[in-house]
Design a protein around this ligand. Structure first.
Ligand SMILES: Nc1ncnc2c1ncn2[C@@H]1O[C@H](COP(=O)(O)OP(=O)(O)OP(=O)(O)O)[C@@H](O)[C@H]1O
Ligand SMILES: [Mg+2]
Length: 344
């Protein structure tokens, strides 16, 4: 059947109120979409169905004060914690990293692709991952890669926002959020995980903070095997020993070496649309860029490409644009100086 046939069935069963057949057709369309590489679409459909079934479980019309009204309020509370809910098309090819990091990520992915096998031998599945390292070196990107490779939805939770706002509510809402992620089979991505430690500096009530940390520890301890929690921090030192111990795997994302900067350039220019005006100048710029993050380096390169494009527009419309290495060196230099000022 083609996509159009499924849509015709869905329209017919929907209009005829034949819920069972409607769901069958929707599920067939999901399978069809997965097999035709429309994975994002399939995941979104799947999530719409799950969400709708969950709402229907608490039944029809909402009555204020009824259990269903209560359920909706709860959803709203967890929604507040969610920064973003997303699907991802990223794969390991989009991430520049050392062989060791790649190896660790591959192991993690493999465990989740072989859950049945591991279950058969009652082996535990690693599902708590800590990503650490300086800003702009691929922690968030790595979480997108995991979501993309495992074809799972991901809920991004910003602990920085929650913890400082309403500490008293945080434990309760986190617990709800973990439950929600488990029913919806989502990955939980806890960004700014170090906020848990930082709150102490805000002179907040210590008892409240302890409760939040304890909740996290418990949620981690009882995390269902099929769930995945990923935490990211650029201040690993802020994390308690007790929290660190809970992670099955910890992966560091350091600043790029010259070799990794080269790989980042190749990745950024992979379409082959742009080449350098002066190849000999490139290795000097790479040397100069050492100490900057992947993000900063990529930003300078993309800005250079745009500027080069604008200067060439008009006089050589038909030629492939060349990346102006003089501009690039200048931008890298500025980025380094900005970094030194913040460090000073
Ligand atoms: N290792 C990497 N390989 C390829 N691109 C990268 C890498 N690290 C960063 N980038 C680029 O920089 C962007 C920002 O990186 P990312 O959001 O993953 O940083 P981060 O480590 O999460 O930083 P922060 O601590 O500030 O949240 C990415 O979307 C990507 O374009
Ligand atoms: Mg990040």
């Amino acid at each position: 059947m083609s996509q159009a046939d499924y849509i015709k069935d869905i329209a017919r069963f929907g209009l005829e109120n034949d819920r069972e057949k409607l769901l069958d057709s929707l599920n067939e369309l999901i399978e069809h979409s997965k097999s035709t590489k429309k994975v994002n679409f399939a995941l979104q459909l799947q999530s719409i169905i799950k969400e709708s079934l969950r709402r229907q479980e608490v039944s029809g019309m909402t009555k204020v004060g009824s259990p269903s009204h209560y359920q909706q309020l709860q959803d709203r509370e967890t929604d507040e914690l969610i920064l973003e809910k997303l699907t991802s098309d990223y794969s390991l090819e989009n991430l520049v990293c050392s062989d060791m990091v790649r190896g660790k990520l591959l192991h993690f992915l493999q465990e989740h692709q072989s859950i049945e096998l591991l279950n058969r031998y009652q082996l535990p599945i690693s599902n708590k991952l800590l990503l650490h390292g300086p800003s702009g070196c691929g922690k968030t990107l790595a979480s997108y890669v995991i979501a993309g490779e495992l074809k799972k939805m991901m809920i991004v939770v910003n602990l920085g926002a929650i913890v400082s706002a309403k500490l008293g509510e945080t434990s309760k809402n986190l617990a709800k959020l973990f439950r929600r992620a488990a029913t919806e089979d989502c990955i939980i991505f806890l960004d700014e995980f170090d906020s848990l430690g930082k709150v102490r500096d805000y002179n907040q009530d210590h008892g409240e903070m302890k409760r939040v940390v304890n909740t996290i520890l418990q949620l981690f301890d009882y995390l269902p095997q099929s769930s995945i929690a990923i935490a990211a921090t650029n201040q690993k030192d802020m994390l308690d020993e007790a929290i660190m111990r809970r992670f099955d795997m910890s992966i560091g994302f350091p600043l790029p070496s010259m070799e990794k900067i080269k790989e980042l350039i190749t990745l950024t220019l992979r379409n082959g649309d742009f080449t350098f005006d002066n190849k000999a100048a490139v290795s000097g710029i790479i040397k100069l860029a050492e100490g900057l993050s992947y993000y900063s380096i990529q930003k300078t390169l993309l800005n250079t490409i745009k500027r080069s494009l604008f200067t060439q527009e008009g006089n050589s419309r038909n030629l492939k644009p060349k990346i102006n290495t003089t501009i690039w060196r200048q931008l890298v230099q500025e980025e380094k100086e900005a970094l030194q000022t913040t460090l000073a």
